[in-house]
Design a protein around this ligand. Structure first.
Ligand SMILES: NC(=O)c1ccc[n+]([C@@H]2O[C@H](COP(=O)([O-])OP(=O)(O)OC[C@H]3O[C@@H](n4cnc5c(N)ncnc54)[C@H](O)[C@@H]3O)[C@@H](O)[C@H]2O)c1
Length: 131
């Protein structure tokens, strides 16, 4: 899971609660450190207990560096810029960050709210850098 905010952290914790190993990646060290202590940095009812449980059982680990995975979910911000235009630069940064870890046949899902065409743009980035 790339991006451990209001979408990424609950989703990561839920997947981990099904005994699937999840690595959560965030660019902010304090987010990573907080989660690795089994604590949370956002306000979300009942999430603290779930995160505590999955971190203790080692199904959820946080890191600032992406690792090799079978499935990648990108849940980074896509704020508005200008006139109702979404800024997809965070999605591109996240895509570029996972590039060195990608192997053939993995699934990459963009969970961030994105304009039509974003998936194709990121697909082009991936296949131009890792043909
Ligand atoms: N919060 C919601 O209710 C909600 C609902 C639907 C859709 N969304 C969409 O989901 C996406 C994420 O929203 P959110 O509310 O979880 O945002 P958020 O700000 O709570 O969390 C985003 C996290 O991504 C991290 N991040 C930024 N760039 C990164 C990078 N390159 N690599 C790794 N981590 C990075 C940030 O440090 C932050 O912790 C947005 O596109 C948003 O529009 C959010």
């Amino acid at each position: 899971m790339v991006g451990l905010g209001y979408i990424g952290l609950p989703t990561a914790a839920l997947i981990a609660s099904r005994n699937i190993k999840v690595t959560g990646v965030d660019i902010h060290q304090h987010v990573v450190d907080t989660i690795n202590k089994g604590e949370i940095h956002i306000i979300e009812p009942d999430l603290d207990g779930l995160v505590h449980h999955v971190v203790k059982d080692k199904f959820l680990t946080a890191s600032t560096t992406p690792v090799e995975a079978d499935v990648y979910l990108i849940a980074v911000p896509t704020p508005f810029k200008g006139d109702h235009e979404r800024d997809i630069s965070y999605v591109e940064s996240a895509t570029r960050a996972i590039l060195p870890t990608l192997k053939e046949g993995v699934l990459v899902i963009i969970e961030s709210t994105s304009p039509v065409g974003t998936t194709e743009k990121m697909e082009a980035v991936i296949f131009s850098e890792r043909p």
